[in-house]
Design a protein around this ligand. Structure first.
Ligand SMILES: *[C@@H]1O[C@H](CO)[C@@H](O)[C@H](O)[C@H]1NC(C)=O
Length: 158
């Protein structure tokens, strides 16, 4: 189960992503990234890549697809080449590079998914799961949302 301490250490790791983004527009709070990570994979940094159903390929603690990474602008580990085969896997299996990928993606697609008049972590969580082209859909994976809600209650993120 998630304790405040475990989540705090994830947030500290992810905070570096936030502060390094001087020119970022939408800011996604470190605790918000942490809860999306928890909801996706229990923030398992060694989860690797998997094919949960034919045609799907997800990697890293945020379960990121190649298309998501490409939409985020193909961030890479330092000195890596975004067009090199393996650059995607190396980035999104790294907690820091994966978090940066998510932050870039959420900033790009920043959407009031639930139509409540504000873009907050609830929207970012749905946006991460359903993608920037369909986040107003009401059907969101129940386990994912339950994990996200448990985490936000522990850390107090909105
Ligand atoms: C993380 O995922 C790997 C691969 O699925 C698994 O072997 C490992 O037990 C997981 N770690 C935790 C802490 O759940």
């Amino acid at each position: 189960m998630w304790t405040r301490n475990v989540l705090a250490s994830i947030a500290v790791t992810l905070f570096a992503v936030g502060v390094s983004t001087v020119f970022g527009q939408a800011t996604v709070a470190p605790d918000c990234l942490g809860c999306i990570c928890e909801a996706s994979s229990a923030c398992n940094a060694t989860i690797g890549c998997s094919v949960p159903f034919p045609g799907a390929y997800f990697c890293g603690p945020f379960l990121i697809s190649w298309a998501y990474w490409a939409d985020a602008g193909k961030p890479v580990l330092q000195n890596d080449d975004p067009n090199r085969k393996g650059a995607f896997e190396n980035c999104v299996n790294d907690l820091y590079c994966a978090a940066e990928t998510v932050r870039l993606y959420l900033a790009k697609f920043s959407t009031d998914c639930n139509g409540d008049g504000t873009v907050n972590c609830q929207d970012y969580a749905v946006l991460h799961k359903l993608g920037g082209y369909g986040c107003t859909a009401t059907v969101v994976d129940q386990d994912y949302m339950a994990g996200f809600n448990r985490c936000t209650q522990v850390v107090g993120v909105i």
